[in-house]
Design a protein around this ligand. Sequence first.
Ligand SMILES: Cc1cc2nc3c(=O)[nH]c(=O)nc-3n(C[C@H](O)[C@H](O)[C@H](O)COP(=O)(O)OP(=O)(O)OC[C@H]3O[C@@H](n4cnc5c(N)ncnc54)[C@H](O)[C@@H]3O)c2cc1C
Length: 380
Amino acid sequence: MIAAISIWEKESFYASPDVLIAGSGLMGLWSAFELKRRKPSLRITILEKNSIPLGASTRNAGFACFGSPTELIADAERNGIDQMLSVAGMRYKGIEKIRKYFTEEEIAFEACGGYECINRDYKYWQELDTRIEWLNGLLKDITKEKNIFKRKDADIPGLGLRNFDALISNKTEAALHSGKLVQALTRKVKSMGVEIINGVTITHCDGSRIEAGDSSGRLLYFTPVQSLFCTNAFTEQLFPSLQVAPARGQVIVTAPIPGLPMKGTFHFEEGFYYWRHLGNRILIGGARNLAIDAEQTLSMEGSDTIREALEVFLQNHLHPTLLRPVETHWSGIMGFTKNKLPQIEKISDTAYAVIACNGMGVALTPVVAEQVATFMGYDF
Ligand SMILES: Cc1cc2nc3c(=O)[nH]c(=O)nc-3n(C[C@H](O)[C@H](O)[C@H](O)COP(=O)(O)OP(=O)(O)OC[C@H]3O[C@@H](n4cnc5c(N)ncnc54)[C@H](O)[C@@H]3O)c2cc1C
């Protein structure tokens, strides 16, 4: 039997707020933070389908990065130099914002630096130094570093790596604990007065009227003044016209490796492979390019093909004495747009959506949240 909704529930937890946010991943949380910062009196409720956010935010690799050289070069080719610089700048600013509001201890932030590994078959191998110089010049104003990317090929063996031809370092790149970041941000927005209700799935949005269902099977209706959908890859389920492609990302984590010499975040092939130290283990993810169509899914089950490809990658590129069995693995779902740019959309007079941080949401969401707050009419 389904319990009827009491007046008390209807007038408290399930009251229609000023702003109703769907999804309590990084995008929903940073948006709530930014809206509250601009207008503290706003009544904001976040409805989250799962007991904790379950999409990408607590299932990523925890890189706080603004882009690796081959990724930035590819972005400049795809979207133009200005667009590439704009996104890199947003990512850089986003990381600074995270550091402003959270201590290193709170989110296990490690200013460990990062690297990109490159091989001779890279299409710009012959002109790699010229390309790096070009990027350094372009990024100078953003990073305040004369040479943000530096060739460090001689360091490859000392990091426990092999079978790479070049190594490019970036000392500003960092790693953090994604679960702790979401948890700390959740605490922060709650302390600002934001209500977060878990176990409520939004099923329909018709202009200003929103239908949802709670975990007891009860139907709920809300008529907020405004609503904001931060449902990322799941957005198409509610608004089929908003084209955001799901992209499953998978990671594996090795058993502890005593004496692991590797500290930092690492990229390869425009970010299609990425790995980092996690204490004395290695977390590695990616290989999605091996099965782009199959990985365009909302299923979090993961696939043996990708996990095996990641293991083979480690076998090929780690010093043999560092190889250990895989201890754990997981997957998360990202949202992608064709131009790799986040999308802010007005769906109706009162409903908005902000989606698709295209696999870069740790750094991007703090800044995209500022843009969406302005877009919704909240300036300082
Ligand atoms: C394996 C992997 C590695 C990654 N690595 C990095 C990295 O190192 N650095 C980086 O910057 N980015 C990384 N990313 C990307 C980053 O995690 C995302 O860009 C970011 O978390 C997106 O946040 P979001 O809030 O938009 O989406 P999500 O975190 O997916 O949040 C969406 C939320 O909406 C909820 N929801 C969905 N439908 C409904 C509904 N109908 N009603 C209510 N709630 C709903 C979901 O449960 C979910 O909690 C990675 C992603 C993956 C998967």
